[in-house]
Write a protein that binds this ligand. Structure first.
Ligand code: FAD
Length: 463
């Protein structure tokens, strides 16, 4: 048995504490904030997240999927709201059984903290990591020093663990890049009988060029709405100074949402404006002592819905390498850094690409045609084609491999939409030839079996 110390009791830290406790270690989990379970419930006001195959896989591995199942809402596709109020629905997966699961971040965090505590993890709230000396096996939290055999930094995008590792490894580097958009949460409350006022099984998007409004369902009829706006410029946050400005902005761009959002103009000024960015670090581990995980290692923009999923996958990879190397930690950490760091970089890139896709392209006819063609060929050739979105969301194919596959698929789709204006005009024979000539050889070269590209993880977990 070793003494494991974890900094940060967010989603990843709480989950990892549980996983380590279940392996028989003594686990101390430190969190700088107070215990969120004692604060007043924030209902639908919390960010909600999409949990997909990678998180579901990690939850299954540690035996908590049944608990998580109780707090999710299945979402089967995107519903686009045009400026004139027209609705276009794009299914996510090959069929309705492939879906994403919307979950409140705070409810999920509470579930994970409860499970960790039940298993015997010692959770110390209101204690912030102040310094770390891995070679001496000591860390200071809230003025008190604790010792450890192994230390995990799950202390989020602004991680102090990461800063301490940079101090200890001067040849390594981090990069922190914010995008020009921020976000703000609003609420669409449930109807008078707790009913959903829009289609429940969809992620709703109002794409408007350089900005958008999104909505994900909560458990009891409400939707958490997220506005993504440039910080500056005509349609930017800086220009929305009064309730009148906000009301006019909504009337101009998000009119169809207004009837169901009675308090949006007040909430706009009550709720904080959050930053969005990408954090990368050139090494995630220090000797056999410290590993970074979750947002501390790879904070990414939320437009692929994979930040937490990738964090849970970090835990899964670490557990797999512990299985392989029998807690020879030097090897575990080396493998973790070698295999999972490129995946963190790949999903960071794909999330940035999706930012452009969601705000600019989901309203673009050629883009919609491309998506429709892809959906069609995925259904026509289920035995040999899997869209990148599905690979990232429903399989455990490494993110870095899915990213490479996406480049090839883009080539195929560009050729297929060339000269057509409707999906009914798709040249099916040409599609099959291109798949055979470009995609199938890529799969063979990747060394991963075709079956793994084609598998759908989600239905296995939650029906
Ligand atoms: C708008 C938005 C939408 C998102 N949507 C999705 C989605 O759909 N799907 C998805 O998978 N991901 C999504 N994400 C990303 C997801 O929220 C994060 O990836 C996830 O919360 C990261 O978990 P974490 O535990 O690594 O970090 P955090 O959740 O940031 O937790 C870190 C914890 O460490 C604590 N801490 C910080 N510093 C210290 C210190 N010095 N000492 C002790 N404790 C400390 C913090 O208080 C916090 O509790 C979204 C993010 C945003 C902003």
């Amino acid at each position: 048995m070793e003494k494991i110390v974890i900094s940060g009791a967010g989603l990843v830290g709480a989950f990892w504490a549980l996983a380590m406790k279940k392996r028989g270690h003594e686990v101390e989990l430190y969190e700088k904030r107070s215990d969120m379970r004692l604060d007043s419930a924030d209902g639908g006001r919390s960010i909600n997240l999409i949990a997909t195959s990678r998180a579901l896989n990690a939850f299954t591995t540690v035996g908590i999927l049944d608990e998580v199942k109780k707090i999710v809402v299945p979402v089967t596709g995107r519903m686009m709201h045009s400026l004139s109020g027209d609705l276009t629905y794009q299914p996510y997966g090959r069929d309705e059984s492939e879906c994403n699961y919307s979950v409140s971040r705070s409810l999920l965090n509470i579930t994970l903290l409860n499970e960790a505590e039940k298993a015997g993890v010692k959770i110390i709230f209101s204690h912030e990591l102040e310094s770390l000396d891995p070679d001496a096996g000591k860390a200071k939290f809230g003025g008190k020093t604790t010792s450890f055999d192994r230390f995990f930094g799950a202390d989020g995008a602004g991680s102090l663990t990461r800063k301490e590792l940079l101090r200890l490894m001067p040849n390594e580097s981090e990069s922190v890049e914010f995008i020009d958009s921020d976000y703000k949460e609003l609420l669409m409350p449930a109807g008078s009988n707790n009913e959903y006022l829009m289609e429940k099984k969809a992620l709703h998007i109002w794409p408007r060029g350089n900005h958008m409004l999104m909505a994900l369902p909560n458990l009891k009829g409400s939707f958490t709405m997220t506005m993504y706006l440039p910080k500056t410029g005509e349609d930017g946050f800086e220009n929305l100074k009064t309730k009148e400005d906000v009301t006019k902005f909504f009337e101009k761009y998000y009119k169809s949402a207004i009837p169901h959002m009675p308090d949006f103009a007040n909430e706009y000024f009550e709720n904080p404006q959050g930053k969005l960015g990408t954090v990368r670090m050139s090494k995630w581990v220090y000797k056999d002592k410290v590993a970074l995980m979750g947002d501390a290692a790879h904070s990414i923009v939320p437009f692929f819905g994979q930040g937490m999923n990738c964090g849970m996958e970090d835990c899964f990879y670490l557990l797999s390498f512990i299985e392989k190397h029998g807690e020879s930690w030097q090897k575990v950490f080396e493998d973790y850094d070698r295999y999972q760091r490129p995946n963190g970089n790949a999903i960071a890139d794909m999330a940035l690409e999706n930012f452009v896709e969601m705000k600019e392209k989901v309203g673009d006819e050629r883009f919609l045609l491309k998506k429709a063609v892809e959906h069609k060929i995925e259904n026509l050739f289920p035995e040999k084609y899997r869209a990148r979105y599905g690979m990232v969301t429903y399989t455990l194919i490494p993110y870095a491999t899915a990213q490479k596959a996406g480049v090839i698929q883009n080539k195929i789709l560009d050729e297929l939409i060339d000269g057509i204006s409707d999906v009914s005009e798709l040249d099916v024979k040409k599609a099959e030839t291109l798949i055979d000539e470009l995609f199938v050889p890529f799969v063979k070269e990747s060394g991963i079996s075709l079956e793994r590209y084609l598998e759908g993880q989600a239905p296995k977990y939650i029906s």
